[in-house]
Design a protein around this ligand. Structure first.
Ligand SMILES: NC(=O)c1ccc[n+]([C@@H]2O[C@H](COP(=O)([O-])OP(=O)(O)OC[C@H]3O[C@@H](n4cnc5c(N)ncnc54)[C@H](O)[C@@H]3O)[C@@H](O)[C@H]2O)c1
Length: 324
């Protein structure tokens, strides 16, 4: 028996795989290790997983139907849970390469679901959605019952499409699914394309950073360990037979100003940021803030890590990784 973790070379996937391996599970990691950001970082995450007993890795593109069928055929019977975290992430990049989002997040989702419904022992298919599905909603905190039909980026539209596709597969094939709407995940081994990481790089190099709306935008920053705990907490709770696919927010339930993030990075790196300001890009939302009542009730989710605790941990890793 094994748990399939897609996006295992990615930020969240590598932590989820490590946590599952640490509790003695057999893990099949899947990733195409694409070059959206530094491949060396992805390979280093994979090398850490490869050193742990119980890890197998499939290097395959989700959107390549034939390759996926061939890669998964030998393991279909063994998979009891799927944690699907592979995706083309990033809000602004979806204006640069929209096709990558359709390939990985729409085609890839359908290819994986088609494989999942052929897994005889599958108990639960958990996948990453995103807080970005809330689009331009202004009523806070964001609740799972809010309307989600006004995406402000193609990335958000593909994540919402995944939720709807999931609902259809659950109805058609009785596939038990939970979609988790992640709110700005950060931490050591994080994603270089995200603001906290690119700000750290710029501050360390003495280069200017650009804050939208003077840093007034707010994000519900969720520390990686809390996200992993929430994902693992949901795994043993699939929706019951006949229930619709489930959607849950997973956030820290604290909206923090981007200026707070910058101050913590400055303190950690021991350098002042040179700040420029610009209007908010059209694909970015003003604020995210998660209502987490539902995941608390289902899985006892209780995020513990404040930004004050989490950013120094990220900075410690960043300095080591970049010798900064
Ligand atoms: N990190 C966040 O703040 C955040 C917020 C909301 C949602 N999410 C979602 O959570 C999931 C994990 O995000 P992450 O931050 O770990 O991102 P990541 O980019 O670090 O990890 C995603 C991994 O998926 C792989 N991948 C992409 N397309 C693929 C394909 N076609 N076939 C196989 N592998 C492919 C990439 O190589 C990468 O290693 C994603 O679905 C993302 O959209 C993340």
């Amino acid at each position: 028996m094994a748990i399939l973790v897609t996006g295992a070379a990615g930020f969240v996937g590598s932590f989820v795989a490590a946590a599952l391996l640490a509790r003695g599970e057999a893990v099949i990691g899947l990733d195409n290790v694409n070059s959206y950001y530094d491949v060396a970082l992805k390979e280093a995450r994979l090398a850490r997983l490869a050193a742990l007993p119980g890890f197998r890795f499939l290097r395959v593109d989700l959107a390549d139907r034939a390759a996926m069928e061939a890669a998964l055929a030998p393991v279909l019977a063994a998979v009891t849970e799927v944690v699907h975290l592979a995706a083309q992430a990033g809000v602004r990049y979806s204006m640069i390469d929209p096709y990558a989002y359709v390939a990985s997040n729409v085609m890839g989702q359908v290819v994986l679901l088609e494989q999942a419904r052929r897994m005889p022992a599958l108990r639960h298919f958990v996948y990453a959605s995103s807080s970005s599905v809330y689009g331009g909603n202004t009523e806070l905190p964001f609740r799972e019952t809010d309307r989600v039909d006004r995406p402000v980026s193609l990335y958000a539209a593909t994540k919402r499409a995944d939720e709807l596709i999931g609902q259809a597969y659950s109805h058609l094939y009785g596939l038990p699914q939970t979609g988790l709407r992640f709110f700005t995940v950060y931490g050591p081994w994080g994603r270089p394309d995200m603001a906290y990481y690119s700000f750290a790089r710029a501050i360390a190099a003495g280069e200017p950073i650009t804050l939208y709306e003077g840093g007034r935008l707010k994000r519900d920053f969720t520390y990686i360990d809390d996200i992993v705990e929430g994902i693992l907490g949901c795994l043993p709770h699939p929706p019951a037979a006949g229930e619709p696919a489930r959607l849950l927010n997973i956030g820290n339930h604290r909206a923090e100003a981007v200026t707070t993030l910058v101050r913590l990075l400055e303190e950690g790196l021991g350098r002042r940021a040179e700040i420029r300001t610009a209007p908010r890009p059209v694909a970015d939302v003003e604020e995210t803030f998660a209502d987490i009542t539902a995941i608390q009730a289902l899985a006892g989710f209780a995020p513990r890590t404040t930004l004050e605790e989490g950013i120094p941990r990220f900075v410690a890793w960043f300095r080591d990784w970049h010798r900064a």
